[in-house]
Design a protein around this ligand. Structure first.
Ligand SMILES: [Zn+2]
Length: 215
């Protein structure tokens, strides 16, 4: 959102806040700073109440939602988010059309997320399609783009299906077991998480075809 958006649409010329310490700030930047730092002190001289906090729910909606989204997108997802959501992978066989669902373990890494399934050896079919779904109580499931049909047969240790740099599906063979895994760029994941939490449709997916490679 632009810093010149009016705090109060009925008074569009009021775009600055003067604090009692005589420091002056762009209204929107100061409100965002206060939300982020969870206090209402002057960002320059730190004057202000010791335990004051901005009441998020009292902010006008046209500001509250974009600011909440900006904070969500620019800070790491808290553990609480993972505790209240399920990240599942559905596996559908080419000829069974029955979808198995496994809950994925999430392993955040610096530049993104690797989401590993539990062992899928017992349910794997010769040719499968994988799809990641975000699930939480009170919200509609939000689906990532599904993979293409993946052959789980043959001699390989890592088989990867990638269509774009933001996500990819993996099948990993190790000592007679098979794991399904999903890699997703953390910014894209957060966009999906935000849309899920706010009951919005998924953002537009990259529609490049999947390329299957053995590593
Ligand atoms: Zn000040």
């Amino acid at each position: 959102m632009e810093p010149d958006v009016a705090l109060d649409p009925e008074r569009p010329d009021c775009t600055a806040i003067h604090l009692p310490c005589r420091h002056r700030f762009t209204a929107l930047c100061l409100v965002y700073h206060w939300l982020l730092s969870e206090n209402v002190r002057c960002p320059l001289c730190r004057a202000g109440p010791a335990n004051g906090r901005l009441k998020r729910s009292l902010l006008p909606r046209h500001i509250r939602i974009p600011m909440k989204r900006q904070i969500f997108m620019t800070t790491p997802l808290p553990q609480k988010w993972f505790a209240t959501h399920d990240i599942v992978c559905t596996l559908e066989g080419v000829d069974s059309h029955y979808k198995h669902t496994v809950r994925l373990e999430c392993n955040p890494i610096e530049s993104g997320f690797v989401l590993l399934s539990k062992d899928v050896t017992a349910i794997i079919m010769p040719v499968v399609m994988l799809q990641i779904v975000l699930r939480s109580p009170g919200h509609a499931d939000l689906r990532f783009r599904s993979s293409c049909w993946f052959s789980a047969e043959g001699d390989f240790s890592v088989r990867v299906g990638i269509s774009c740099i933001t996500e990819g599906y993996y099948l990993i063979k190790k000592r007679g077991t098979l794991k399904a895994a999903f890699y997703v760029d953390s910014d894209f994941f957060k966009q999906m998480a935000w849309n899920h939490d706010n009951n919005l449709p998924p953002p537009p997916f990259d529609t490049s075809p999947y390329v299957i490679r053995d590593l």
